[in-house]
Design a binder for this molecule. Structure first.
Ligand code: URA
Length: 272
């Protein structure tokens, strides 16, 4: 047995023991998920582009360190791509530069840094969270506080890490004051950046953590407890949703459900 089939067997056994009638509580049929994954694996250009980007960056390290880098090319990219219409066709560097210089909503006034991403842009899995908090705003990296440490543990429980197998970003790139919820107009202003970011990273699987990411990616208004437990499709990319780690820190009763979500994620990633 391979490692993934052993893990799957343990997972199925666990669900059976819990009396789960549907072993794969998926909105997409497993066959459909497999078809999507195979189609993406066969879609050469995205894979080639990912590999090329990873090579250019000396593999993963794109850790941001404050505002856009100096230099004539970057300056031009900012000027070009910060126009909303241009974001939709920006390449990765221009998109990041546009985000770093973005003043499209009020959050630009209070931020210290723009938090664009962390992890490996060539990863198969893209995690989308809600918005930066104080530590993320100070460091320019998503999920570096307490919730981030839990997220890393959650990912590690299914053999994933931001160092090499995950790309992480948020719905909002700037910190809402006092860590309040993102406002609808802020989400709308930031959405073209996220949309293009997903297109360019071209992940094989998406994981939404928390209701803001889950609702945006599924275009549903349902609460997370109703959304979780299924596999969705975002523009043809299989999407799993789970609780935000900050919510899990407040409510440990959801941990078992989050564990199930991670097993579902692993299944999808293993093409089962
Ligand atoms: N919560 C999020 O959703 N994103 C972060 O980057 C940090 C905390």
């Amino acid at each position: 047995m391979t490692e993934s089939s052993t893990r799957l067997a343990a997972y199925l056994d666990q669900r059976r023991r819990l009396g789960e009638p549907g072993l794969v509580p998926a909105e997409l049929e497993p066959g459909e998920i497999l078809r999507l994954l195979r189609a993406r694996a066969a879609s050469g250009p995205a894979a080639v582009e990912r590999a090329e980007r990873a090579r250019r960056r000396g593999r993963y390290d794109e850790r941001p360190s404050g505002p856009a880098r100096d230099g004539a090319d970057t300056g031009k990219a900012v000027a070009d791509a910060s126009e909303a219409g241009r974001v939709g066709s920006a390449d990765y560097d221009a998109l990041r530069a546009a985000a770093m210089a973005c003043t499209r909503c009020r959050l630009a006034e209070g931020r210290k840094t723009v938090v664009f991403s962390d992890g490996n842009p060539a990863a198969r899995l893209m995690v989308v969270g809600e918005a930066p908090g104080a530590r993320e705003d100070a460091t320019g990296l998503p999920f570096v506080g307490q919730a981030g440490r839990l997220l890393d543990l959650m990912l590690a429980s299914v053999a994933l890490s931001r160092r090499d197998s995950v790309y992480i970003c948020n719905v909002l790139k700037c910190r809402p004051p006092g860590n309040r919820n993102p406002q609808p107009d802020e989400i709308e202003s930031c959405a073209p950046l996220l949309k293009r970011q997903i297109e360019l990273v071209a992940p094989e699987v998406l994981l939404a953590v928390g209701s803001f990411a889950a609702q945006w990616l599924t275009t549903s208004r349902q609460a997370l407890g109703k959304l979780r437990g299924k596999v969705y499709s975002y523009q043809g990319v299989p999407l799993v949703v789970t609780y935000h780690p900050a919510a899990l820190l407040r409510n440990s009763g959801w941990s078992r459900l989050a564990w199930d979500d991670l097993q579902l994620l692993r299944q999808v990633m293993d093409g089962r």
